[in-house]
Design a protein around this ligand. Structure first.
Ligand code: NAD
Length: 342
């Protein structure tokens, strides 16, 4: 069944499907992760070979201005125009790049996304954020350009490496903890009902984006765990993956929520047990304390959410997040040190 969401004048139709049918798309230009080619050949209605496809090496290094130039040239070569549809097929790296192309080529053409990773299906393909990395800063340049259609085919997850799937669980737990939705109960059930979890997580994300596309209000809650995660990723020079960093970041946010008297210790323990169930590490050994204190603040200040002061998402209770703007860098770094110092 399709679900339609309205985001600031944009309309996104989310379709759950068991096969990828692009036959009704006007002048499609596909940007796809080359790793999903075998799955795509299996799941596609008709042959992928009849479409122009820019096959992408989906790495964070490639999520850069250089790749944009190559794709813009590919679009020119295929005489793309404003009514052409960019179709991004892949994980979050690919859909972020495709979104950027869709938003900017000829001042914006049509855009459809086919997420193939768990993070992509519940998060990255939804809500219009499209960005590339620049000068070593993640997602430094970008904008908001929601796809008109997002096609979710769970069968892509069959080939997703376990570690990458794990990254997605951290994001799903995050969504469950900041929203009053059935998602938390679904995540606690065993065995996990993935199709229902996918639908519910999509609904949580899109319902938040419907009221705050531009990330100035409620959408900031989706950054629960992320302020700490960005520092962990930066200090580890990206050897700690995003999902793991978010997972540990949520543990740190919990501790700080308790310290500030926002969250009951018993609730923090319950959250801790949920994170344990999904094998989120208790602590990480990232770097010496001195390095955290010396380098951490600069990374904190780069955070996109900050407008003058550091913006942090804490929990008031399970399923109720809160935007907090009066925590100083020293307090954040002290808590980080407890969890990630070698
Ligand atoms: N725009 C947003 O709102 C938003 C939200 C969250 C994350 N992101 C971005 O998304 C990226 C992280 O997302 P991700 O984890 O999907 O990253 P990704 O695109 O790097 O995918 C992870 C890995 O899985 C591989 N992969 C993807 N689908 C596969 C499949 N079906 N089978 C086998 N391998 C597959 C990819 O090639 C890659 O190696 C980051 O760049 C992040 O900044 C964007």
């Amino acid at each position: 069944m399709d679900q339609i969401y309205h985001l600031n004048g944009f309309q996104t139709k989310v379709s759950f499907t068991s096969a990828i049918d692009l036959s009704d798309i006007q002048h499609p230009i596909i940007v796809a992760d080359k790793k999903v080619r075998p799955s795509l050949e299996k799941l596609m209605v008709g042959s992928i070979d009849k479409y122009p496809v820019f096959w992408l090496d989906a790495t964070e290094e490639n999520k850069s201005p250089d790749i944009l130039k190559d794709i813009f040239r590919f679009m020119n070569r295929h005489q793309a125009h404003r009514s052409s549809t960019v179709v991004g097929i892949g994980g979050g790296i690919t859909t972020d790049i495709a979104g950027f192309i869709g938003a900017t080529y000829k001042r914006g053409c049509r855009l459809q996304l086919v997420p193939t990773s768990f993070v992509g299906m519940i998060d990255a393909s939804l809500g219009g954020k499209a960005a590339i990395n620049f000068d070593g800063i993640k997602n430094c340049v970008g904008g908001f350009y929601p796809a008109e259609k997002v096609l979710i085919c769970q069968r892509f997850l069959d080939t997703l490496p376990l570690a990458v799937m794990q990254e997605g669980w951290a994001e799903a737990i995050k969504m469950a903890l900041i929203s009053a939705s059935p998602l938390l109960e679904l995540i606690r059930q065993k065995p996990l009902n993935i199709p229902t979890i996918l639908r519910e997580a999509v609904d949580v994300k899109m319902s938040i984006c419907e009221v705050d596309l531009h990330d100035r209000g409620q959408r900031r809650l989706l950054n629960f765990g992320h302020t700490f995660a960005h520092v962990i990723e930066g200090l580890s020079e990206y050897s700690v993956h995003h999902g793991t960093a978010v997972g540990v970041g949520m543990r740190i946010a919990n501790a700080l929520s308790v310290e500030r008297g926002l969250l009951l210790p018993s609730a923090a323990e319950e959250i801790g047990r949920l994170l344990d169930d999904f094998n989120i590490p208790q602590t990480l050994s990232v770097c010496p304390r001195e390095r955290i204190l010396a380098k951490g603040e600069a990374i904190l200040q780069q955070d996109k959410k900050n407008v003058g002061q550091i913006t942090l998402i804490l929990l008031r209770s399970i399923q109720q997040g809160e935007v907090v703007e009066d925590v100083d860098a020293a307090t954040i770094l002290r808590h980080l040190t407890d969890y990630i110092a070698q």
